[in-house]
Write a protein that binds this ligand. Structure first.
Ligand SMILES: NC(=O)c1ccc[n+]([C@@H]2O[C@H](COP(=O)([O-])OP(=O)(O)OC[C@H]3O[C@@H](n4cnc5c(N)ncnc54)[C@H](O)[C@@H]3O)[C@@H](O)[C@H]2O)c1
Length: 351
C-alpha cells in the first residue's frame, strides 16, 4: 500500500480522489493547496490538509506525490517532490515546454525517482475502439486519421484563458489528442502545420486545427474547438479499403469497406441533383459492406489504470507505461504547432 500526497486540490485532484476511493494499492495521505478553502474542502472529505508544501514533502510516510496544480507550477513542484524522495505523477500538460520537461527528466534520473504523466485518455473507449479497428486491418492501409473534440460553450473562465498559467486548448486538449495518435505509432513526425484561433480569449488559442504528417505519409488531422454549434464525428479514418466513423464518446459508429473493387464503374454518365458526374456518383451498394461499431465492453477507462502502470513500475514489476520520453515527443509536437501558427507555415520536424 502506497501513500499519496496531493499538491493542488482543485477539480482534477477531486476526480483522482473519487477514482481512488476504492483502489486498494494506494491511500491518500493528505493534500496541500495554496488556496486555504481547498484545504478546508479536503478536511471536510476526511483528508489531512498540510499547512505548506514543505510540510507535505517532509512527511516521510508519503511515497508518491500527485501534482494537480495549474500548469505553470508543474515543473517546479515535480522537481521539488522528487528532490524530497517522492515518486511523482503529474497532471497534463506535463510542463509548459520541452526544455522544462528535460529538467524534470534530469531530476528524475538524479534522484532515482519514477516520474509519470496522467495521459489518462489512452483508455478512452472511443479511442480504443478506433485503434483496435485500425490495427485489425479492416480499413487496409490507413493514410488519414481525423480526431476532433468540439464544444460551443467557449472555454471555462479563469486560468485556462491565461497564457502565463499555460492556458489554451493546445495545452489542455491538444496534449491528449496528440498523445493518443503518437501512442498508436512509433513513426517519426516529419511535418507539423497548425492554425490557431482566439475566438473569445485573445491571450491563448481557444480553437485550433493541426495537421501532423508521419514518416510513412500517414496524416493526423486534429481539431479542438470551443465554438462549434454543429459538430463533426469524434473520429473519421480513411484506409485504402474502407472508412471508419465514430460519432462521439458514446462510441456509436460504423465502418464501410470495399468488398468488390471490380463492379464499381458504369460506362454512362450519372446524373445527380448537382449535375452529371462519374467520380462522385453513389456507388453500387453491393460493392461495400457496413460494420456497426459500438461501445467496447471489455475496456476499463479509469484513472486506476494509470496508477496501476505507475505503481507496477515503482515496484519493479513492469516497465513504466506512460513515460516522460513519450510526453517529451508530444510536447515537441505542440511546440512545432505554436511555431507553425506564428510563422504561418509548415514546420519540418524529426520528432
Ligand atoms: N487528465 C485530465 O483529463 C485533466 C482534466 C482536467 C484537468 N487536468 C489538469 O489538472 C490540473 C489542474 O486542473 P483543474 O481543472 O483541477 O484546475 P483547478 O483550478 O480546479 O485546480 C487547480 C488547483 O491548484 C491549486 N494551486 C495552484 N498553484 C498551486 C501551488 N503552487 N501549490 C498548491 N496548489 C496550487 C489552486 O489553488 C487550485 O485549487 C491542470 O494541470 C489541468 O490541465 C487534467
Amino acid at each position: 500500500m502506497f501513500n499519496l500526497g496531493i499538491i493542488g486540490f482543485g477539480g482534477m485532484a477531486n476526480h483522482h480522489y473519487d477514482a481512488l476511493k476504492s483502489y486498494d494499492r494506494l491511500k491518500i495521505a493528505g493534500v496541500y493547496d495554496v488556496d486555504p478553502k481547498r484545504g478546508q474542502l479536503a478536511e471536510e472529505k476526511g483528508l489531512k490538509s498540510y499547512p505548506s508544501k514543505e510540510a507535505l514533502l517532509a512527511d516521510d510516510t508519503i511515497d508518491i506525490v500527485l501534482v494537480a496544480a495549474t500548469n505553470e507550477v508543474h515543473k517546479d513542484l515535480s522537481i521539488e517532490a522528487m528532490r524530497a524522495g517522492k515518486h511523482v505523477i503529474c497532471e497534463k500538460p506535463v510542463t509548459l515546454s520541452s526544455a522544462e520537461l528535460e529538467e524534470v527528466i534530469a531530476a528524475s534520473e538524479q534522484y532515482g525517482r519514477i516520474f509519470t504523466v496522467d495521459q489518462n485518455r489512452r483508455t478512452n473507449k472511443d479511442f480504443v475502439l478506433m485503434r483496435r479497428n485500425v490495427e485489425q486491418g479492416l480499413l487496409g492501409d490507413v493514410y488519414v486519421i481525423e480526431s476532433r473534440v468540439e464544444g460551443s460553450r467557449g472555454m471555462p473562465k479563469g486560468w485556462r484563458t491565461m497564457k502565463d498559467y499555460g492556458g489554451g486548448m493546445m495545452l489542455d486538449w491538444g496534449v491528449h489528442l496528440i498523445d493518443q495518435i503518437m501512442y498508436m505509432t512509433n513513426e517519426k513526425v516529419v511535418n507539423v502545420f497548425c492554425k490557431m484561433y482566439s475566438v473569445e480569449y485573445s491571450e491563448v488559442d481557444d480553437n485550433f486545427r493541426l495537421t501532423m504528417t508521419f514518416g510513412s505519409g500517414l496524416t493526423a488531422h486534429i481539431e479542438v474547438s470551443t465554438n462549434n454549434y454543429i459538430t463533426h464525428p469524434r473520429w473519421y479514418v480513411l484506409g485504402k479499403q474502407g472508412t471508419l466513423q465514430i460519432d462521439g464518446w458514446e462510441c456509436d459508429g460504423k465502418i464501410v469497406r470495399c468488398v468488390d473493387k471490380e463492379n464499381v464503374w458504369v460506362d454512362e454518365i450519372i446524373y445527380t441533383k448537382a449535375g452529371p458526374t462519374k467520380t462522385m456518383a453513389p456507388r453500387n451498394k453491393n460493392s461495400t459492406e457496413e460494420i456497426t461499431l459500438s461501445e467496447p465492453t471489455d475496456v476499463v477507462d479509469n484513472l486506476t489504470v494509470v496508477y496501476d502502470g505507475f505503481l507496477d513500475a515503482i515496484e519493479g514489476k513492469a516497465a513504466l507505461k506512460i513515460t516522460p520520453q513519450q510526453a517529451l515527443r508530444v510536447m515537441k509536437v505542440m511546440e512545432a504547432a505554436f511555431e507553425s501558427h506564428q510563422t504561418a507555415s509548415a514546420v519540418q520536424t524529426s520528432i
